[in-house]
Design a protein around this ligand. Structure first.
Ligand code: GAL
Length: 367
């Protein structure tokens, strides 16, 4: 644990879970949340490591109660949030919820400005395990000071809760948010299309020094399985988020996902890469209009390398051992994490034939 970081033991590896926003937007209710939690169990996502079921914007009633407490919209959450938390907990999962630091949420619902301590205690009393705090309607407010207030509110709330800072990267939260929260958004909202994913990826270059156990850069929630993304694009998106030690918050309809989407989200060697205990984020070592090479240091001295083809035709991507700062005479073993198989052949360089809009991920062990 670095100096000045949170030392509450939460999010030692990047948080994993599901969030309602990317697919359902404000259409959240008790049934969706419970059915999703059940589907996380039956699909194998829970056992693959997904833990938090997060209700994003849209859950609150238009008015607080007479004590000033948040009220879940009764037509959507008729039995209240403690009930939802209980159902989610009974499945071995955690419940996450959303609020906003300003005067209103992005959807125009009540938000938390001036109610930080009350709301943190309220969430704790419901049994909430994860809170995302958004940044809409915050004119004139300083994110660093206001998120510091939230950090104190969580410390005094009486229940450990993962704190997700959602300021979209404007005030360079990577420079200050690691002492306050467990993850912080680094960019604007992701969209379910390839150009959004690659634009966000591009913005992560250079942020690797700021991430580590308990404090993570958040390039936004996953769009795997959403929009018109192809199977290769879904896998490339997931692979790069795994490389980045990004929080893995699925954003699709877990209750009705095709097999290839489920297999992507639960790919064991990619999830293990994301959750590597050393918690080092990948850095980009090569970039041009046709492709990227990203490298991540893993526990035990292994390396992970992602060869990303951004172009529209298949091509060979080649990396010399010297590009990986390995001595030329080093002998390496290479494993393809999507294929879950060792790669035979030459051991003095790394190369792969990579389909368009696709990423090959290799784990490299020295011996
Ligand atoms: C945005 C945020 C999204 C989602 C949305 C809800 O500010 O970046 O992830 O939470 O608000 O209205």
């Amino acid at each position: 644990m670095g100096i000045g970081r949170l030392s509450d033991g939460l999010a030692r590896t990047p948080p994993m879970g599901w969030n309602s926003w990317n697919f359902f937007k404000g259409n959240v209710d008790e049934r969706l949340v419970i059915e999703t939690a059940e589907a996380m169990v039956s699909s194998g996502m829970r056992d693959a490591g997904y833990r938090y079921v997060v209700i994003d914007d849209g859950w609150m009633a238009p008015e607080r109660d007479r004590f000033g407490d948040f009220v879940p919209e009764p037509s959507r959450f008729p039995r209240g949030m403690a009930y939802v938390a209980e159902r989610v907990h009974a499945l071995g999962l955690g419940l996450g919820i959303y609020t906003d630091a300003g005067t209103m949420t992005c959807m125009g619902l009540p938000a938390s400005l001036g109610y930080e301590f009350r709301d943190a205690r309220r969430f704790a009393s419901w049994g909430v395990d994860y809170v995302k705090v958004d940044w809409c309607h915050t004119d004139g407010l300083g994110p660093r000071a206001l998120y510091a207030k939230w950090a104190s509110a969580f410390q005094g709330a009486g229940r450990p809760m993962v704190f997700s800072i959602c300021e979209w990267g404007r005030a360079h939260p990577w420079e200050w948010a690691g002492t306050l929260g467990h993850l912080w958004r680094t960019t604007w909202d992701i969209q379910p299309d390839w150009s959004s994913i690659t634009a966000i990826l591009d913005r992560q270059s250079g942020l690797h020094p700021y991430a580590g156990p308990g404090h993570w850069n958040d390039p936004d929630m996953l769009e795997v399985g959403n929009g018109q993304l192809t199977a290769d694009e879904n896998r490339a998106h997931f692979a790069l988020w795994a490389m980045l030690a990004a929080p893995l918050m699925a954003g699709n309809d877990i209750r009705a996902m095709p097999t290839d989407v489920r297999e992507t989200l639960t790919a064991p060697e990619l999830v293990a890469l994301n959750q590597d205990p050393v918690g080092k984020q990948a850095r980009r070592i090569r970039h041009d209009e046709t492709g990227d090479v990203w490298v991540r240091e893993l526990a035990g001295g292994d390396l992970a390398i992602a060869l990303l083809n951004l172009g529209d035709v298949a091509r060979e991507i080649h990396v010399g051992l010297e590009d990986l700062a390995l001595a030329p005479e080093t002998r390496v073993r290479i494993r393809d994490l999507w294929q879950r198989a060792d790669v035979p052949g030459s051991r003095d360089d790394v190369s792969a034939h990579v389909r368009p809009h696709s990423a090959t991920v290799l784990r490299i062990a020295r011996y």
